[in-house]
Design a protein around this ligand. Sequence first.
Ligand code: ZN
Length: 316
Amino acid sequence: MNIPDTVEIREVGPRDGFQNEPETIPTERKIELIDMLVRTGLRRLEVTSFVRPDVIPQLADAAEVLAGINVPGEVSVSVLIPNERGLERALELRDRIARTRPAFDEINVFLSASETHNRKNVNRSIAESLAGLEVVLGRAREAGLRCEAVISTSFGCPYEGRVPPARVLEIAKRLCDVGAQEIGFGDTTGMANPVQVGELFAMLRSELDELGCMQLTAHFHNTRGQGLANVLAALQAGVTSFESSFGELGGCPVPPGATGNIATEDFVSMLHEMGITTGIDLDALLACARRAQEVLGRPLGSHTLVAGPVDWHGER
Ligand code: ZN
């Protein structure tokens, strides 16, 4: 089967996951969980956001989390930036708490491929979002930050239905033009199927690879149980960069019921069983998800957490 040998994973649970919990997780517990995740071998983590604290109170402690976590230099820390004001706050903080390493290395910005979802999520048209992102990405690049832009609802919109692949491509090209070095394609409400994923990434790779300015990343949700099937289709289309969330935490604020990113531990288990390396210790990752269950006081949705890793009785 034509699949890559190695896959890069950005763990997004501390941002995508914690923001979607009804209760705010205490800052010390967030720091504890992020430090545990770093020790699993994960090399990329999105840890918090600079969305206005009155909009997302669950992540109002971004400064305390960034100041408190213990991350070695080889691990890349990313923060979500909603707009120019958010970037200003993030940069002020980065200058204030720079120690042996910067508080964060990468930013993640976002918009939706569908007008209705973009309006409901950020109250702007796609054109307005793109104009704003041009400013944010320009300033972030000047400040030496690596920039990822996520296109939400790349595979389907709960309000508009099918999203034309040509529109996704056009937005990705614009983002590339204005400084994005990585584009994440989000199946924000879990509408994608594997055939569609294979076709979209094959098209995007053939159209975008020649631009040479970006990494293509897949961000799947397991809302309807198709997350890992979509992963396999993306792998076969040559995608080697993914985002996932330990414990299957996360989702999207709009619409209600748009639950769950693919669980990092299920994803890693599948990759390792297929002979793909990730650099991640699955047992250590499962310990993180178990700890998150204790902190949240409820069972989490990941399968490997329930079943444990595959046991071949030494017969590998
Ligand atoms: Zn997500």
